[in-house]
Write a protein that binds this ligand. Structure first.
Ligand SMILES: Nc1ncnc2c1ncn2[C@@H]1O[C@H](COP(=O)(O)OS(=O)(=O)O)[C@@H](OP(=O)(O)O)[C@H]1O
Ligand SMILES: Nc1ncnc2c1ncn2[C@@H]1O[C@H](COP(=O)(O)OP(=O)(O)O)[C@@H](O)[C@H]1O
Length: 207
């Protein structure tokens, strides 16, 4: 019997089929690839590109995209600090379940606060939380402005926009950093290749 958070008298139930069995079935190791960066830095593009590449190699993955999850699971949350923290906490817990299912879970969220990302990292075992920092300059993201949100933020029509009037804390010890070379952003398949090489090297693409 235990007491956790607000729940009391709850018990953990162990199932006979475990993570190692599922990993053997799938011939891969469950993990979380956590992509963080400014709006417009290319997180969703990279997430989809990784997903496509893994699929073509016969590996099972699933993308958890911040924008998409805010249409359902996180529709009750806004963008103030505590809402972002709760957003990241929930997605961290969901990503942990996907990794436990044996999948390569690709989470793509701004996740601007270091402590929230670190809390997600601490949920995952054995270096299976892989933080990918989309290190794109604000000017590049703002110039892209795919959704027109930077313009609205500059006009003061959106308050608390990350990078404009809300902070972004870059990772201190991420596993992978994606950045421009000579002022040019690598193509999506090149960025995905960088992540795939890491997964291959660390043994996640085999049981
Ligand atoms: N105030 C503010 N700040 C930042 N972003 C905003 C804001 N308001 C709306 N949006 C849109 O929401 C998307 C980010 O959602 P996330 O869940 O990834 O954000 S967070 O991790 O909770 O900070 C983000 O999508 P991406 O561009 O894909 O990052 C924006 O489209
Ligand atoms: N590697 C890239 N090179 C050039 N443009 C890119 C690249 N990655 C993304 N983009 C473009 O930048 C814009 C924002 O990308 P997106 O993946 O939606 O970013 P985010 O999910 O971080 O908001 C889109 O118009 C997308 O086509």
């Amino acid at each position: 019997m235990s007491s956790l958070g607000n729940s009391t008298n709850i018990f953990w139930h162990e199932c006979p089929v475990g993570k190692p069995d599922r990993q053997k079935l799938l011939q891969q190791k469950g993990c979380v690839v956590w992509i963080t960066g400014l709006s417009g830095s290319g997180k969703s593009t990279l997430a989809c590109s990784i997903g496509r590449e893994l699929h073509s190699r016969g590996k099972l993955s699933y993308v958890l995209d911040g924008d998409n999850l805010r249409h359902g699971l996180n529709k009750d949350l806004g963008f103030k600090g505590e809402d972002r923290a709760e957003n990241i906490r929930r997605v961290g817990e969901v990503a942990k379940l996907f990794a436990d299912a044996g999948l390569i879970c690709i989470a793509s969220l701004i996740s601007p606060y270091r402590k929230d990302r670190d809390a997600c990292r601490s949920l995952l075992p054995d270096a299976s939380f892989i933080e990918v920092f989309m290190n794109m300059p604000l000017e590049v993201c703002e110039k892209r402005d795919a959704k027109g949100l930077y313009k609205l933020a500059r006009e003061g029509k959106i308050k608390g926009f990350t990078g404009i009037d809300d902070p972004y804390e870059p990772p201190l010890n991420c596993e992978i950093e994606i950045q421009q070379h000579h002022g040019i952003c690598p193509a999506p398949n090149v960025m995905a290749g960088q992540v795939l090489s890491y997964l291959e090297e660390k043994g996640f693409l085999h049981a």
